[in-house]
Design a protein around this ligand. Structure first.
Ligand code: CU
Length: 171
């Protein structure tokens, strides 16, 4: 919006200057400077948008949130907390954000076979994921929010995705 406004002002200045037949270097330079300043400001706003999300999970095989909303391009640090007491071998949880169009059931079946890698299978379905944790533990992951859309997140521990799932909405 700001850039559009400045461009309009710049255009008006140039049009006005045309009437005088002479555009002095000083005029051109000042218009350019204004435009650069605005662009720099917009850039800074983007970089400083860091969002922290805390997602809790428990011994009842539940996440405390089944809908998370962010904006495209935001830097997200998501921390998964396990508020229960059970071991990760019995009630392990993670947060796995999947690309659009991923077949959750097929992915989860593949994850069961990846026990040695904390149930994170090989492939390109994952946008971001935390580590696998047990009661009293937590794990964080930092990533850039993908383009606008609705993405699924699940816990890939065997048998959990049916209940432990949610929508990651990027606006
Ligand atoms: Cu789980």
């Amino acid at each position: 919006m700001k850039i559009t406004k400045v461009s309009a002002v710049a255009l008006m200045l140039i049009l006005a200057s045309c009437g005088n037949d002479e555009i002095t270097d000083a005029e051109v330079k000042s218009v350019t400077e204004v435009k650069l300043d605005v662009e720099t400001e917009t850039e800074t706003e983007k970089v400083t948008e860091l969002v922290e999300i805390e997602l809790k999970s428990n011994d009842q095989m539940q996440y405390d949130q089944t809908e998370l909303k962010v904006k495209a391009g935001q830097e997200i640090t998501l921390t998964l907390v396990h508020t229960g007491e059970m071991l990760k071998t019995v009630m392990g949880h993670n947060f796995v954000l999947l690309k659009e169009g991923t077949d959750i059931a097929a992915f989860s079946t593949k994850a069961i076979a990846a026990k040695d890698n904390d149930y994170i299978p090989e492939g390109d379905e994952i946008i971001a994921h935390t580590g696998l944790i047990g009661g009293g533990e937590s794990s964080s992951v930092t990533f850039i929010a993908p383009e606008k859309g609705v993405y699924n997140y699940i816990c890939s521990f065997p048998g959990h995705y049916g209940v432990m799932k949610g929508k990651f909405i990027v606006e």
